[in-house]
Design a binder for this molecule. Structure first.
Ligand SMILES: Nc1ncnc2c1ncn2[C@@H]1O[C@H](COP(=O)(O)OP(=O)(O)OP(=O)(O)O)[C@@H](O)[C@H]1O
Ligand SMILES: [Mg+2]
Length: 449
């Protein structure tokens, strides 16, 4: 059972922005929004309610006065003249219609103080029939019952509520949008150097050295400088390794060639044959050392057709009478391409196929493509590699127990290390599994497109 707390955490995490910019914006925006809500809800709302209620009950004093004058008048005609006497000076417009134009209170949904006005008027005007704030937003219209029939009144809205209560909200939102905009600009400038550093580090992981100058805040700049010195040190070490290995290989070749010549001069015998084979093997190993030391740094990245590449490799094996089964997965009729260093990728695949042929009778390569990756999967029907030895097998100069290698010739233990190196330098990976289908090793070389 999954822990619910863990699931909620995962859900929240999945909803949060992943980029530094998104997170920084969130940290910036959440407090602003919360402050606005708090101010709007607790301060502005209360203020507008109190002010509107006070103003409305004030104006209802005037209204009550006019209504009582009309009630006290002896008849309708007298009431109308009372209106002229009392309503005009109070700036209230009064009429005595035959019947009310409406019977319900109305106001617009965005009229924030509308409800408070209506509530306050209802509280202090006993015979109120309706309040209309909708038909003219600048006026308050009322209907009131009196002894002389219906009365309709209207007066300026400014007398009943604080003007434009939403102005504060609008000002608050506008200023926060403005300042958030400004902080986006500043934030971008802070994040750009981090992005550049991450790009440079990623490129270096793939074996490219792109130009990079540390910039930005002190911490970011110091991380940038550390990266630069680390990169320089690694490059120097790789150069030294290359130089040393190629020096050794080269120097050893000369005495080997001399040995070969001397062997040819000897009487042919079984001993001599053995020696010749050993010398050949040593020569092959030296070539392999050289290749490993050189790496794939010299080669250019090119657009390579996957089908053409793999078919060429297979053809080479077929010619050597070592058939390899080929399966295409998700490849359409057209030629699919990847950007890679072709010879390096070819060497990696050949190392995997070479192992499959050497250690397990039957070899099969499956090529799978999706929009982001291409996977070269090499499987065989050999003994495979136990789970706990797979990481070791990927290390340079490791050969696993000799029993499995009997009569299979001894390699130098570099094949898988080279293939893994090639994968890494392309931003991909090499992983070893058990092959369900063939029963032996399943090596997946995954390269991003
Ligand atoms: N397909 C496989 N099946 C079983 N064991 C394997 C397979 N591939 C590799 N191994 C084991 O992993 C070890 C390392 O392989 P790796 O290719 O790195 O070196 P190698 O084949 O010994 O030498 P090289 O490839 O340099 O000639 C091998 O010695 C072998 O024991
Ligand atoms: Mg090998």
């Amino acid at each position: 059972m999954l822990n619910p707390k863990y699931m909620i955490e995962q859900w929240i995490k999945s909803k949060l922005p992943r980029s530094l910019f998104g997170r920084a914006m969130l940290i910036l925006a959440v407090p602003i929004v919360v402050i606005q809500i708090v101010v709007a809800a607790f301060f502005a709302e209360r203020l507008f309610r109190d002010v509107s209620e006070q103003m409305s009950s004030n104006v209802s004093l005037d209204v009550n006065h006019i209504v009582s004058q009309i009630n006290d008048a002896p008849d309708r005609i007298a009431a109308i003249s009372e209106i002229t006497n009392h309503a005009r000076p109070l700036n209230v417009n009064v009429s005595l219609p035959i019947e009310f134009s409406q019977t319900r209170d109305t106001w617009e949904w965005f009229d924030l103080s509308g409800k408070y006005v209506v509530d306050a008027l209802r509280l202090s005007l006993p015979n109120l029939v309706y309040v209309d704030l909708k038909s003219d937003r600048k006026l308050v219209r009322l209907g009131i019952k009196s002894s002389k029939g219906p009365i309709q009144m209207s007066f300026a809205r400014t007398r009943a509520s604080a003007t434009n209560p939403h102005q504060l909200l609008v000002a608050m939102i506008l200023t926060s949008v403005l300042f958030t905009g400004i902080s986006v600009l500043f934030l971008n400038n802070q994040i750009r150097p981090i992005k550049r550093l991450s790009d440079a580090a990623e490129a270096f992981g793939r074996g490219w050295s792109i130009p990079f100058h540390p910039r930005g805040a002190r911490e970011v700049r110091s991380a940038g400088h550390s990266f630069l010195s680390m990169r320089a040190r690694i490059i120097r070490q790789i150069d030294q390794r290359t130089m040393m290995l190629s020096g050794v290989s080269h120097d050893l070749r000369t005495p080997l060639t001399r040995m070969k010549l001397s062997l040819e001069l000897l009487e042919p015998s079984e001993e001599v044959q053995h020696l010749e084979r050993d010398v050949d093997e040593m020569e092959a190993m030296l070539t392999e050392f050289l290749e490993f030391a050189r790496g794939d740094s010299g080669e250019k990245t090119e657009t390579v057709g996957v089908k053409a590449l793999i078919k060429r490799i297979i053809r080479n094996y077929a010619r050597a009478n070592e058939p390899v089964e080929l399966v295409f997965n998700g490849i359409t009729a057209g030629e699919e391409t990847i950007k890679c260093r072709e010879r390096a990728i070819q060497r990696a695949i050949e190392n995997l196929i070479g192992n499959a042929i050497r250690y397990g009778e039957k070899a099969r390569i499956t090529v799978s493509l999706d929009p982001k990756h291409v996977d070269f999967t090499v499987e065989d029907a050999g003994p495979g590699i136990p789970k706990d030895k797979r990481n070791d097998a990927l290390e340079p100069f490791t050969r696993l127990d000799e029993a499995r290698n009997q009569n299979k010739g001894s390699g130098s233990g570099l094949g898988l290390a080279i293939a893994a190196d090639v994968a890494r330098s392309h931003g991909g990976k090499l992983e070893l599994f058990h092959s369900q289908d063939l029963g032996g090793l399943k090596a997946i070389l995954s390269i991003p497109r």
